[in-house]
Ligand binder design. Structure first.
Ligand SMILES: C[C@H](O)[C@H](O)[C@H]1CNC2=NC(N)=NC(=O)C2=N1
Length: 103
């Protein structure tokens, strides 16, 4: 699957990061850490992200803490590099973040 997906180069990554404040590329992962006022808000956002991930067929590593949630994603099918699929998921996560109280 995703045989046509290519890793993004550094310039393509930099371009896409401009539209995703708070997101960084650390090593070979696109990453953001969200904070919450309440633990349950973070847990609920995990469920919502899971729903999006199943829709997209693309899955991040989600790290749930007491009042924070880490989202870290790359594309396994190209050997763990960052692709447009990762940015697509990140944009979808950003769309729901404010409604979950993420900041
Ligand atoms: C068949 C299924 O869609 C693939 O295995 C998907 C599942 N989720 C995935 N998630 C991520 N992050 N990278 C992938 O290459 C990937 N592949």
């Amino acid at each position: 699957m995703n045989a046509q997906v290519e890793p993004l180069d550094d310039a393509e990554i930099a371009d896409r990061l401009i539209e995703l404040p708070g997101w960084t590329v650390e090593g070979d992962h696109l990453h953001r850490r969200y904070r919450f006022d309440r633990h349950f808000q973070a847990a609920a956002m995990v469920v919502h992200i899971s729903q999006i991930q199943e829709e997209l067929g693309h899955h991040a590593e989600l790290t749930l803490g007491y009042n924070h949630l880490g989202v870290s994603v790359n594309t396994h099918s190209v050997g763990g590099r960052v692709t447009h699929l990762d940015f697509g998921l990140a944009r979808r996560v950003e769309e729901i973040a404010a409604a979950h109280g993420a900041h």
